[in-house]
Design a binder for this molecule. Structure first.
Ligand code: SF4
Length: 295
């Protein structure tokens, strides 16, 4: 939809529009979609996101493999304990990031935005900010359009896939997309939204993709939790007036180049990182047998 952050900022500036307004306008022009249809479609998407972010906080959701499960509920209950390091809002955000990962691994319904592996970050961030600030569904749907615009630029110039660019590309991109949306929801400018997206990518540049047994479960769920926090802190930095020295487009290019230099062992092959730890190997053998992956 957009070729670069530079182009997106130019269109926003020339038309005095927010990123979501520009994204909605493009959608209507390019695909002939009515405003009503855009909102109706995104309403369905948003509801699935919210349900997946909440489910694991209320009940213990186990993965089909048995590797993960119940951590979102533990985190949520801990958030309500009254004896925590961070405030409960941040901890509930973390629990919602865990929740969608657990729902995904239990074969439940999720929105794979930008991917199934990183599907917890955007729902956690949007659900959290809506509960906290009282934004309407309409405002959150506009935020989804901002999320789509940032994602489309990353996909065009790098990747959102762990198999192509490592976890930096997957959970990093989800955090960047969510961070930009948070900035816009809080009244920040399009430039601030792109700065927040840059911070989110920089925070995890070089992060490898190393799922145990090749299943999108562990360490994926933790990265959805920390990725949700990454979106928030990146947005806060931009809203505080901190600017990104390196423009968004150059950060995306750097992420792509880092991904290109990464060994294939560190790109969703389960041949590196925690997947190759003794415990990771033990779990893999238990699930798939001792000859798994051996020629
Ligand atoms: S570790 Fe790999 S599979 Fe898991 S969330 Fe990150 S990119 Fe996706």
């Amino acid at each position: 939809m957009f070729t670069s952050g530079k182009e997106l900022l130019r269109v926003c500036r020339e038309n005095k529009m927010s990123i979501s307004q520009v994204a909605i306008q493009r959608e209507m022009e390019n695909y002939g979609t009515s405003l009503e249809t855009i909102f109706e479609r995104n309403k369905v998407i948003l509801q699935v996101m919210k349900d997946s972010a909440i489910k694991g906080t209320q009940e213990s959701v186990k993965s089909v493999s048995g590797i993960i499960g119940g951590d979102a509920k533990k985190m949520y209950d801990y958030a309500n304990s009254g004896n925590t390091l961070l405030d409960s809002k941040m901890l509930k955000l973390m629990s919602m990031g865990l929740s969608t990962s657990e729902v995904n691994a239990s074969m439940g319904k999720i929105v794979a935005a930008p991917t199934a592996g990183a599907a917890g970050i955007i729902p956690a961030v949007l659900t959290s900010v809506q509960l906290d600030k009282g934004f309407s569904d309409l405002q959150i749907i506009r935020a989804l359009m901002t999320i789509g615009a940032i994602g489309s630029i990353i996909m065009r110039n790098a990747s959102v896939s762990g198999a192509v660019g490592g976890c930096q590309a997957e959970t990093g991109s989800a955090s960047a997309m969510a961070a930009a949306a948070l900035v816009e929801l809080m009244g920040g400018s399009p430039q601030q939204a792109l700065d927040a997206a840059s911070f989110a990518l920089i925070h995890v540049m070089g992060l490898v993709c190393d799922p145990i047994a090749g299943l999108v479960e562990y360490p994926c769920l933790f990265r959805n939790s920390s990725g949700s926090v990454n979106a928030y802190i990146s947005a806060e930095m931009a809203l505080a007036g901190i600017t990104s020295l390196v423009p968004f487009d150059q950060v995306v290019k750097a992420m792509r180049e880092v991904g290109d230099e990464m060994s294939t062992n560190l790109k969703e092959t389960a041949l590196g990182g925690v997947a190759m730890s003794a415990k990771g190997q033990e779990i893999q053998e238990k699930i798939f047998g001792s000859n798994c992956g051996k020629i």
